[in-house]
Every structure is written in C-alpha cells, then in structure tokens.
Design a protein around this ligand. Sequence first.
Ligand SMILES: [Zn+2]
Length: 255
Amino acid sequence: MRAKSVYTPPKPLALHKLSQIDIDGRRVEIRLRSRPRRRTRVMLSYHPDGILFIDAPAGTTERALRILIFRSEDWLRREIRKFKNSDHVVYPSSYKTGSTLYLLGMPLKLQVHQSSSIAVQQLNGTIRVRAPLNSSIQTIVHDWYGDVANSILNESIGRICSNTSLLDSVPHWSHRYMSSRWGSCSSHGTMRLNTHLVKVPQDAIDMVVLHELCHFKQLNHSKAFYSLMAQHMPDWKQHDNTLKKYHRLLQEEFV
Ligand SMILES: [Zn+2]
C-alpha cells in the first residue's frame, strides 16, 4: 500500500540563522520584511547603513532566500561600491532618535519622545515626535510630511501659475507617495505630485511643478516642451540634477 502524500507547508524562515553576510570583509546586516501583499517576487534593496532589506511574500523558504542572496552577491558588491563615494540622499533605515530626515533639502535630526498623545514639531534642526510607546514613528512622520506637502506644494503651484501665466487658473491637483515618479499630469487637466517632494530643495520642487504645468501646453517631451521649460526656468537642468540625488528616497517601503 502506498503512503498518502501529505502536504508540508514551507518551513518558516529562521532569521537567526540568516542575519548577516560578509562581502569582501564588509558586514552586511540582513533584515527581512514580510510583505503579505507581495505575491510572487522577492525584492532585495541595499541601504548604505550596511543593511540588505529583503521584501518577501509570505511563505518564502529560507532555502529560496539563501539561493537568491548567493546569486545576488555581485549585484550587492556593485551596490556597496555605488554608495561609497556618492552624495545620494537616502531614507532612514529606521525611525529612531538620531535618524536623519529631510525637509526642503535640509537634513534634520529625528527626536522621539514617549507621550500619551501624538504630536510632531519641527524645531531648530530637529523633527520632534511625541507618541505613545509602540507607535509606528515611520507612519506618524509620513503623515506629517503629508500635511506639510499640502502647504508647500500649494504655495509652489500658486506662485508658478501666477508668474508664468501658463494656465488661466490653478489646475486640480493632489499629492501622494509614489515610488517611481515625482509628478504626473493627465489629459483631463489633473496634476499629481509625489509627497516625497517636500524633502528636496525648493528649486527642485518648483522645477517639477513647472514641468507638470508645461505638460498642460505640451503633452510630450518635445523640443517645444523643453523650450517652454527654459523660457520660464533657464536653469531647470541644474535643479533636475539636484533632484537626481534624492531619487533613492522614493525606494522607501512603508511597513
Ligand atoms: Zn514629463
């Protein structure tokens, strides 16, 4: 009589066995983030604090991860080298006292204090967060950035609209966290900006806003589009280069 095959669920990850690796003598900490919404692909991202973030769908086996890490060794080596002499701005690897956050291109130190209620205050080069124990400081800070974006982006759009006369009135607009673009606009006349924009210098914000406003006149990235950009902001390329330094901010995962 043949034995009935019994389904064995994948072995849960034993993280204590897979907590760090050494790449050319450099210790890289491995942090696994379980992503219930992630269905198929495991994503690796390297943070210059010496952390390899692994975003894996539930049920990923330790064996699969080991193989993936083994195969990604060259990629990881390149990532480490890329960050070595770069002036790229990165998101904090954790939200705790001493972490660096950005507002309008300025680095600010995060201070976290325990409190019975939630409050966020920007003061003398710091962002002070008061929150009950076990709160998600990342969520609180991101909500705060959202509030700040309402006023900073609103001011920028209003100012550029009135200075350029590109449009008769301020277009409908909104902002939200996006992972691949700083802004977009639709043929229906709606502009969407990335909430992360509040972290970059004001000139770079204005450049993105102008870029999207010019699209209301020129939908493509044609010659006419860029001459419209240059007409209203002759040094837009310089601000575009500044913005490139902040691109890694978009890669932050929301836990
Ligand atoms: Zn564009």
